[in-house]
Design a protein around this ligand. Structure first.
Ligand SMILES: [Zn+2]
Length: 292
């Protein structure tokens, strides 16, 4: 898995290069709760000891064959000129394929991506097949030493997440979910503490697709198929420039997993199932994950 981690690392480092197709949003308008009267409040995990931000990695293993595909929409603050020069940090064909195949998915979107592609952000934010969640404002790391990404200072972390929610809202994502994916998947106790109080659940994954900068779609697809278990969360990207094989990977793994009896769900469904277990929400020891 080291090579996988490294390729993802490269993706994140160039992450500036990665424009994923994720989305972030607030439940209703406030991450902590006040969902609009008509909207169902999305499930979140209970905070950990000391009200530490809870971390979700995968759903229950024993409640049937469900799997959540997640797509990160990475974009850094300085990639605007590259986008203007024709580089594609979006991946409309991938989104189109997910729609054609009727695969529900969760998009972790940076605020910068929403600003760059507001029409797509709005479309995703209004499509019940998708849920849009938060991947920071411009893909800066929340720990030191995270694939060479620039870092957000501790006292700016909460503001960064809120700025992303604001950008999503402005772009037309009315109900971004109270889920946050750390850039690069890097977090520690300090980062979890910094985000406590805004009501987000940190969402990691248990299956690394390895799609970042991959050129062999079959190898990525095989890695996904080898890794998926009931309740799995798969991390992928929706940025053509940084993850050019992802649409083909989806075309391969979706029919195969369905043949195996898997049902595709959004992250919120897995979190809801997790909450429904007798043991309640998961509370994991903070650590630094490397990939994403
Ligand atoms: Zn990312």
């Amino acid at each position: 898995m080291i090579s996988v981690a490294r390729s993802v690392t490269a993706a994140c480092a160039l992450g500036a290069a990665l424009a994923a197709c994720g989305t972030a949003g607030t439940p209703g308008a406030k991450p902590a709760g006040s969902a609009s009267p008509s909207a169902t409040r999305p499930p979140v995990l209970a905070p950990g000891p000391g009200r530490l931000t809870p971390v979700f990695e995968h759903g229950p293993r024993t409640l049937g064959k469900t799997v959540a595909l997640t797509f990160d929409a990475d974009m850094t603050a300085d990639q605007g000129p590259r986008a203007a020069a024709g580089e594609h940090f979006d991946n409309p064909d991938l989104i189109g394929t997910l729609r054609t195949l009727k695969v529900p998915a969760t998009i972790f979107m940076t605020g910068r991506w929403a600003e760059q592609y507001p029409a797509q952000a709005r479309s995703l934010g209004h499509d019940p097949q998708f849920e849009v969640a938060n991947h920071s404002y411009s893909h800066y790391a929340f720990t030191d030493d995270c694939y060479g990404l620039p870092t957000v200072a501790e006292d700016r972390m909460k503001t960064d997440v809120e700025r992303a929610y604001a950008a999503l809202r402005k772009a037309g994502v009315p109900h971004a979910l109270p889920y946050f994916r750390f850039p690069g998947g890097c977090y520690d106790r300090q980062a979890l503490r910094a985000l406590s109080g805004i009501g987000v659940t940190a969402v990691q994954w248990d299956v690394v697709s390895g799609d970042a900068f991959a050129t062999d779609a079959d190898a990525v697809a095989q890695q996904v198929l080898d890794g998926v278990k009931p309740g799995s969360v798969v991390v992928m990207h929706c940025t053509r420039s940084a993850a050019p094989t992802t649409e083909q990977v989806v075309r391969t793994v979706v029919p195969e997993l369905r043949k195996q009896g898997y049902r595709f769900v959004k992250v919120s469904e897995l979190i809801g199932e997790t909450n429904g277990r007798p043991s309640g929400g998961r509370q994991e020891a903070p650590r630094t994950a490397r990939s994403g």
